[in-house]
Design a protein around this ligand. Structure first.
Ligand SMILES: NC(=O)c1ccc[n+]([C@@H]2O[C@H](COP(=O)([O-])OP(=O)(O)OC[C@H]3O[C@@H](n4cnc5c(N)ncnc54)[C@H](OP(=O)(O)O)[C@@H]3O)[C@@H](O)[C@H]2O)c1
Length: 318
């Protein structure tokens, strides 16, 4: 299987996306990721170019990443692509945004920053109150009606919230394409709370964010080599100690596949579970490494062994 053939359909939209995408929160974010310190615009541009060379056609951004900078950078790179890409962005329902019109206004701003006439996948970033899910779902359907968006999705919705959005959109003849949620070998809640199953039942793509658990599953952080910055608070020494044996199994499994890296095995495990992981890449090396998750699959026995190792690392059903 060549990398470019490793694709899947985005929900029931007919839009083909590669089995992994590239996350772009890192592109412009200074607070958590430290853009401008250690990596620069040239690095993320090369990450984009390498993703293209690997056949990756799916890029995920959001209006709030780097306060619009991620959208602007991605928009400036898009003309480098020879073939059409699938660009996803997100609307944040800030508490002062109270009407459907605010979504359409924010969408127009995203389109300007991306320098596009239409966004392929427009997602609700969070199901925050006070505006009901139904109202935002109507606004998403309006955006499709106005030709500003090709498909719509949600993010961080639990099963009940996703079903409400799905039904509202269905009444307008619009399929809910995706739900983007936290899913990795170190966070498997979606397997146990019914969300993954509901996505499969309804034909909704589960897009897995933080698929490398913000770097833990790459194996480069250890109790003696802690995570830098704010990330180190959640992924502290005790956490990295617990994750160690799982990372070791990722390494051994990779060896059985001709030298795949822990990141590649961790991403492949998500593909095998039916999700579309969107690892964030700060530079061409990371993009190249992550792209190596395409074009092959773990065996059933390897998936089961990783399931067990992950359960030991994070505790049962967490
Ligand atoms: N919808 C939402 O609420 C939501 C929330 C979070 C993320 N997202 C999306 O999901 C994407 C991915 O999630 P994420 O950024 O949180 O976490 P992630 O993909 O699990 O981790 C990304 C980080 O891991 C390190 N890394 C990535 N690939 C690597 C490699 N091959 N080798 C070594 N290190 C590597 C890099 O950081 P260092 O080099 O600094 O270690 C990178 O910034 C985001 O970019 C964003 O598009 C969405």
């Amino acid at each position: 299987m060549s990398t470019t053939q490793d694709t899947t359909m985005l929900g029931k939209t007919g839009i083909q996306i590669t089995s992994i995408g590239t996350g772009t929160w890192q592109w412009g974010d200074t607070m958590l990721w430290g853009f401008g310190r250690g990596y620069q615009e040239a690095d993320v541009r090369e990450a984009f170019e390498v993703s293209l060379q690997l056949g990756i056609n799916f890029f995920d951004t959001a209006e709030m990443y780097g306060s619009g900078r991620s959208e602007r950078l991605l928009g400036s790179f898009l003309p480098l692509a020879q073939a059409p890409l699938v660009v996803a962005s997100k609307f944040m329902p800030y508490p002062w945004r109270l009407t459907k019109k605010t979504l359409l206004n924010a969408l127009q701003s995203s389109l300007k920053r991306l320098n596009l006439e239409r966004i392929d996948l427009y997602q609700m970033h969070w199901p925050f109150p006070p505006v009901p899910i139904e109202t935002w779902s109507e606004a998403l359907a309006d955006a499709i009606g106005q030709g500003l968006v090709r498909a719509v999705g949600v993010s961080n919705y639990d099963e009940a919230q996703m079903r409400r959005s799905y039904s509202t959109l269905a009444k307008r003849g619009v399929p809910l394409a995706s739900n983007q949620v936290h899913y990795s070998l170190l966070n498997r809640k979606v397997e146990f709370n019914g969300l993954l199953k509901a996505c499969q039942e309804l034909g909704i793509t589960l897009i897995a964010y933080s698929p490398l658990e913000k770097g833990v599953l790459t194996g480069k952080y250890t109790p003696d080599k802690p995570m830098p910055g704010l990330r180190g608070r959640n992924y502290n020494r005790a956490y990295l100690e617990k994750a160690g044996p799982l990372v070791q199994i990722l390494r051994e499994t990779g060896r059985q596949h001709g030298g795949k890296t822990p990141s590649q095995v961790a991403l492949n495990w998500l593909i095998c579970k039916g999700a579309v992981p969107i690892p964030g890449a700060k530079n061409p090396r990371q993009a190249q490494d992550n792209g190596g998750a395409l074009g092959w699959r773990l065996s059933e026995a390897e998936i089961a062994a990783l399931d067990e190792a992950s359960a030991r690392a994070i505790g049962a059903k967490e």
